[in-house]
Design a protein around this ligand. Structure first.
Ligand SMILES: [Zn+2]
Length: 380
């Protein structure tokens, strides 16, 4: 079905092709739930499917050339509607007629530049009853360019209770010639009555091959870093922009140094060393270190599980596979890290402390000192 005109790099091709087949065989359910964790391609597939459904050249999945495909490309298709979380109007003048459209365009543009990442402006962005009313009135119109209309609801878990009630009515009496695609990474937040009226499509993790190619095509980073980011991403490209930044790799170095210090230095020296460390000066930086400590502690679980005289190459199983030699160099010290699983749990505690505005440096120091407390074998 796919033609040479189809862009070569599409996520979840198998799943997408399956949906296309159902559509061409007139068996595609009109109300779909795209469920899967953040960054696995729900947005991309929803848009590809919308294109397939509206394309004026039905021989292909989508032709990429007809008026419908061109308008879908620039998010201005008259028969494709979006319902996404938007920030609350702050002032009276925000209630102007085009307020909704302007914010929606901003959201769509953000999604266009980072299809795997969040586009909500902040945590106070919700899908309100006003938002869904406009969406519903659009969906109830006759299609103007294509044979069908498509409504895409994204980050559906951000629907307010009244919005969900309103959506339920649409699901009970779906508008003619229309398809509805509801996307969320938190299906449990939707009303059970909504979930039961949607045909669930579960999104698996992205294949590492796709992640690698995506990184190669979209970012200028060295091959070795592509390998590391691919393992970090673990099949989801959510916020991948942050993973490819230099700051991410710098923080990884710092995280490893501090981890090594924590198992080699007396606590008092460690505290002195950390006190002046700029990498611990704010919450954002410490949160970044936590991500690395988590992956490193998982790596150490792998290393610790290996028999001492082993010919096995541990790098295959490590996230930070390029650190394999460095882990092994400090292997005995790291082996003294008791109960690595518990240390990983402690990272969760530090995370929640940070959310409660605990001093980030103090939280990080206390975690590091705790790594080498009594209970561990005595230092050499
Ligand atoms: Zn077309």
């Amino acid at each position: 079905m796919t033609t040479a005109k189809t862009p070569t790099l599409l996520p979840q091709t198998e799943l997408y092709e399956r949906l296309c087949r159902l559509f061409h065989e007139n068996r595609l359910p009109s109300s779909l739930l795209f469920a899967g964790k953040k960054g696995v391609g729900k947005w991309a597939v929803a848009n590809l499917l919308a294109r397939t459904i509206t394309c004026q050249n039905p021989a292909d999945n989508f032709c990429g050339e007809c008026a419908s495909c061109r308008q879908a490309d620039s998010f201005c298709h008259p028969d494709i509607y979006y319902l996404v979380p938007l920030p609350k109007e702050k002032k009276e003048k925000d209630k102007e007629e085009d307020w909704f459209d302007k914010r929606l365009i901003t959201y769509l543009q953000k999604k266009a530049s980072g299809p795997f990442s969040d586009a909500s402006e902040d945590v106070t962005s919700f899908i309100t009853i006003d938002n869904i009313r406009k969406f519903q009135s659009n969906l109830s119109r006759h299609p103007s360019l294509s044979k069908f209309k498509v409504g895409i609801i994204y980050e559906a878990e951000r629907m307010l209770p009244a919005t969900m009630d309103s959506l339920l009515k649409t699901l009970e009496e779906p508008p003619r010639d229309s398809f509805l695609i509801v996307c969320t990474d938190q299906p449990r937040f939707l009303l059970a009555t909504i979930r039961s009226r949607l045909q669930r499509v579960s999104f698996p993790a992205l294949e590492s091959k796709f992640v690698e190619l995506y990184l190669q095509q979209n970012f200028e980073i060295p091959e070795k870093e592509i390998g590391v980011v691919t393992r970090f991403a673990a099949g989801a490209l959510y916020n991948v922009e942050q993973l490819v930044e230099k700051a991410f790799f710098d923080a990884r170095e710092t995280a490893f140094d501090l981890l090594t210090n924590a198992v080699t230095m007396p606590a008092s020296d460690l505290v002195v060393k950390c006190s002046g460390n700029v990498a611990l000066e704010n919450r954002e930086k410490v949160e970044r270190l936590l991500i690395h400590w988590q992956s490193m502690l998982r790596d150490l679980m792998v290393i610790n599980a290996l028999p001492l005289q082993t010919g096995i190459d541990p790098s295959q199983a490590l996230v930070n596979f390029d650190y394999a030699d460095r882990y092994l160099e400090h292997r005995e010290r790291f082996a003294s890290l008791q109960r690595v699983e518990q240390q990983i749990e402690k990272l969760e505690q530090v995370r929640s402390e940070l959310r409660r505005n605990v001093n980030p440096k103090m939280a990080a120091i206390s975690f590091l000192v705790g790594l080498n407390q009594p209970g561990s074998p005595p230092k050499a």
